[in-house]
Write a protein that binds this ligand. Structure first.
Ligand SMILES: C[S@@+](CC[C@H](N)C(=O)[O-])C[C@H]1O[C@@H](n2cnc3c(N)ncnc32)[C@H](O)[C@@H]1O
Length: 264
C-alpha cells in the first residue's frame, strides 16, 4: 500500500469514527456509572493486566493510544497513572476531554490530543505503558502503528494491546463491508477493518521490538449487541490458533525490547 492509499484509507476511517463518536460515547459512558460494568473493568480488565504494569504513580506515564471517549484513560488515571490519550477522531478526543473533566480528572494528570497512532506527537521512549484497545484493527498499516507505539515506549515498558479475533463477532457484525462498491445501500464507513490476525501480531512483534509476555481471549458480546457463540470455558482447551480466531478480543501484553532482525 503506497502513501496516498494509506492516507486515503486513514481519512476514510477517521471520518467513519467521527460519525460513530456520539453513539460510541453514549454506550461506553456507562463504564463508570453502573456497578456491573465498573466491576468488569476492575475485576476482569485491570486484574488481568495489572501484574505486568509498573506500580501507579504520578511519575509513571501511560499513553492510551486510540482512546475513544476516554473510558480507559479515566480508568488508568483513577488508578493513579499520569495519562495521555490520543485519538485521530476530533469528536472522540473532545468526548474524552469532557468525560475526564466530568470525573474530576484534569491536566497535568490527564491530557488528550488528536493524533493517529502511526504518527504520534510524543518523544522517543516517553511512556512506561501504552494501552491500545480495539484500535489496531482499524489502521491501514498495523505494522507502522506497532513500530510507532514502540518508538514512544521506553525500553522495558509495557504494551497492553487488545485486538479482534479473525472471526470476532465485532467483525462478523459488519458483514455488509463486503458489498462496498457493489450495492449502493451498503453503509458508508462499514469497511474500515484490516485483516491482521493475532498470530500475525505475535510474529511481527519481536521484529518491531516487542516481546509478548501474556496472551488471552475475551469471548463476551459486543457493545453493538452481537454475541460470541463460545464461552471462555469452552475455548480453554482449544488450540491457541482456534482461540485467537474465535475471540471477541485477543489480549497481548508485551514488553519493549531490542528489535530482532528478520531472518530470511
Ligand atoms: C473501538 S474504539 C476503542 C476506543 C478505546 N480504545 C476503548 O477501548 O474504549 C476505536 C477507536 O480507535 C480510534 N482510531 C482508529 N484508528 C485510529 C488511528 N489510526 N489513530 C488513532 N485513533 C484511531 C477511533 O477513532 C476510535 O475512537
Amino acid at each position: 500500500m503506497d502513501e496516498s492509499e494509506a492516507q486515503a484509507r486513514l481519512d476514510a476511517t477517521r471520518a467513519a469514527w467521527d460519525v460513530r463518536a456520539p453513539g460510541w460515547n453514549e454506550r461506553n459512558l456507562k463504564g463508570w456509572d453502573t456497578e456491573e460494568t465498573a466491576a468488569w473493568w476492575r475485576d476482569e480488565w485491570l486484574a488481568e493486566v495489572r501484574p505486568y504494569l509498573p506500580t501507579p504513580g504520578a511519575n509513571v506515564q501511560l499513553l492510551d493510544a486510540g482512546c475513544g471517549n476516554g473510558q480507559l484513560s479515566v480508568l488508568y488515571a483513577k488508578e493513579g497513572y499520569t495519562v495521555r490519550g490520543c485519538d485521530f477522531s476530533p469528536s472522540m478526543a473532545q468526548y474524552a476531554k469532557e468525560n475526564a473533566a466530568h470525573y474530576g480528572l484534569v491536566a497535568p494528570q490527564i491530557e488528550f490530543t488528536c493524533a493517529s497512532i502511526d504518527a504520534l506527537p510524543y518523544a522517543k521512549g516517553e511512556f512506561d505503558i501504552v494501552n491500545c484497545r480495539c484500535v489496531l484493527d482499524f489502521t491501514p498499516r498495523p505494522g507502522y502503528a506497532l513500530r510507532e507505539l514502540r518508538h514512544v515506549t521506553r525500553h522495558g515498558g509495557i504494551l497492553v494491546l487488545l485486538m479482534m479475533g479473525v472471526a470476532s463477532p465485532i467483525k462478523r457484525q459488519f458483514w455488509q463491508r463486503w458489498l462496498e462498491g457493489i450495492d449502493p445501500h451498503a453503509p458508508a464507513g462499514n469497511n474500515i477493518f484490516n485483516q491482521i490476525a493475532p498470530w500475525d501480531v505475535e510474529r511481527i512483534m519481536p521484529i518491531l521490538g516487542w516481546k509478548p509476555l501474556h496472551q488471552s481471549g475475551q469471548y463476551g458480546g459486543t457493545p453493538g449487541g452481537a454475541i460470541n457463540s463460545f464461552t471462555a470455558e469452552q475455548m480453554a482447551d482449544q488450540p491457541l490458533l482456534v482461540q485467537q480466531a474465535m475471540a471477541t478480543g485477543w489480549l497481548i501484553v508485551a514488553e519493549a525490547v531490542e528489535p530482532q532482525p528478520l531472518e530470511s
